[in-house]
Design a protein around this ligand. Structure first.
Ligand code: HEC
Ligand code: HEC
Length: 381
């Protein structure tokens, strides 16, 4: 187990009753689902025989063809992709969006609990994946950016992030590049001076909106019963029965709401990162985070906002315990993980590597080891 599974944090009785009552209210539909499914622990063969009623899948949806983005064009996507990989947009030419969201590695900062560049920020956060991120109702763990475009303006423009001395420096650099000039003109032909920060972030957002990973789960939701293995279907039952779908639903399996981390039992660490409280200063927002997507979740560890959980088994067990009040057996944890594997899809071949001629270092993974660590200190995004 991880350091989060602290003894003494297993439910303080008074608090538990209060939150249990609250939870019961909105877990009602899930309760009904589990009754319909007739699931009982340890009766896997029986479960396998009962097919899952379509009505129980209504809270989910297959991935759309592209995440919503206004006026998407190939020119904008290509420009956004170029910008996304461009290390010239950082002050020492060492860091790009891809450094912390490696699209060849499921869009996350593989192996890093918190991204380099967060140095100096107390309670630094784990870099979420950019794959399917456009499906979310807001961006960031605390939802402080309403859209992908709003999110993208952060890293480049903020001098302590990718290290540029602000908008002017970025734009000056883009305007002096004939390649960028023509790429901007092609992408935004109706605009006289197309090299603007708004267009740059719009293009990045358009590129990101193409980063979708259809998975066996989508085939299943579209009616192909065989798209999930028997183990995965068992896992889906345990997922539903445990109440995971109360928060992780919709096309992304999350990304639709803010929820309290520790909805059932207080999360052990109430101090290092208080979630939305730090943003809104409203007491009721304490420990509220955006519910993250579960798509490709078996590829994007370490897990949670601080990346402190390094085994998916532990993440599932902690979720059951702190979010739903269930102590899962190892069998049930394994079952849920089987189901989670069905949420992982192949990376889109056309976007999963740097574009030809991108101004990026060869292996994005190496970038982080160098000077970026020192220059990008401070609050990221
Ligand atoms: C130094 C590492 C780093 C760099 C560089 C970086 N990011 Fe991030 N990114 C992060 C971290 C960490 C978070 C989460 C921060 C938070 O939620 O408070 C994040 C959050 C995001 C999110 C929100 C995802 C979600 O699920 O909420 C998107 C989208 C994103 N970044 C895209 C970009 C783009 C586009 C760029 C380049 C313009 C970029 N990032 C550059 C580390 C980085
Ligand atoms: C009450 C809402 C709620 C319920 C129920 C819930 N979760 Fe979560 N889940 C969250 C929130 C909020 C987070 C973000 C935690 C954080 O801030 O680190 C999260 C995070 C996760 C993560 C880590 C995601 C990442 O990118 O690091 C996994 C895995 C996960 N949940 C799986 C599950 C499973 C499996 C269940 C059922 C056993 C479940 N969740 C039930 C709200 C919920």
């Amino acid at each position: 187990m991880t350091k989060f599974d602290l003894p003494g944090c297993r439910a303080k009785e008074a608090g538990r009753k209060y939150s249990a009552a609250k939870m019961a209210l909105w877990l009602m539909p899930l309760l009904a689902v589990s009754i319909v499914l007739g699931c009982h622990r340890g009766s896997n063969s029986l479960q396998a025989a009962i097919s899952i009623q379509p009505a129980n899948l209504l809270m989910f949806a297959p991935l759309p063809a592209a995440a919503p983005a206004d006026g998407i064009t190939a020119e904008k996507v290509n420009l956004g992709r170029k910008l996304y990989f461009d290390t010239h947009l950082s002050d020492n030419n060492s860091i790009s969006c891809n450094s912390c969201h490696d699209v060849a590695n499921y869009g996350a900062d593989k192996g890093h609990a918190v991204s380099i560049g967060h140095i100096g920020k107390p309670g630094g956060r784990n870099s979420p994946t950019v794959y399917n991120a456009g499906l979310q109702f807001v961006q960031f763990w605390d939802g402080r950016a309403p859209t992908l475009a709003a999110q993208a303006s952060g890293p480049m423009m903020n001098p302590v992030e990718m290290g540029m001395s602000g908008t002017d420096a970025v734009l000056a650099l883009l305007r002096t590049s004939p390649e960028y000039l023509s790429a901007f003109r092609n992408a935004y032909p109706a605009i006289k001076d197309p090299v603007t920060m708004d267009n740059a972030t719009d293009a990045i957002a358009q590129f990101e909106s193409r980063l979708l990973t259809p998975a066996p789960w989508d085939d299943y939701l579209r009616g192909n019963e065989n798209a999930l293995t028997a183990d995965q279907k068992d896992g889906l039952r345990v997922f539903l029965r445990t109440g995971c779908a109360a928060c992780h639903a919709g096309a992304g399996m999350g990304g639709n709401s803010y929820q309290k981390l520790g909805a059932f039992t207080d999360w052990p660490d109430q101090k290092s990162d208080t979630g939305r409280l730090a943003l809104t200063h409203e007491a009721r927002d304490a420990m509220y985070f955006k519910v993250p997507l579960l798509r490709n979740i078996d590829q994007t560890g370490p897990w949670f906002h601080n990346g402190q959980v390094t085994a998916l088994e532990d993440a599932v067990r902690l979720m059951a315990q702190y979010q739903t009040g269930h102590e899962l057996s190892s069998q049930d944890v394994g079952s849920i993980i089987s189901f989670l594997h069905a949420l992982t899809g192949p990376l889109p071949a056309e976007f999963a590597q740097a574009p030809a001629g991108a101004a990026t270092q060869k292996a994005s993974g190496n970038i982080k080891q160098g000077g970026a660590a020192n220059t990008a200190a401070g609050k990221v995004e």
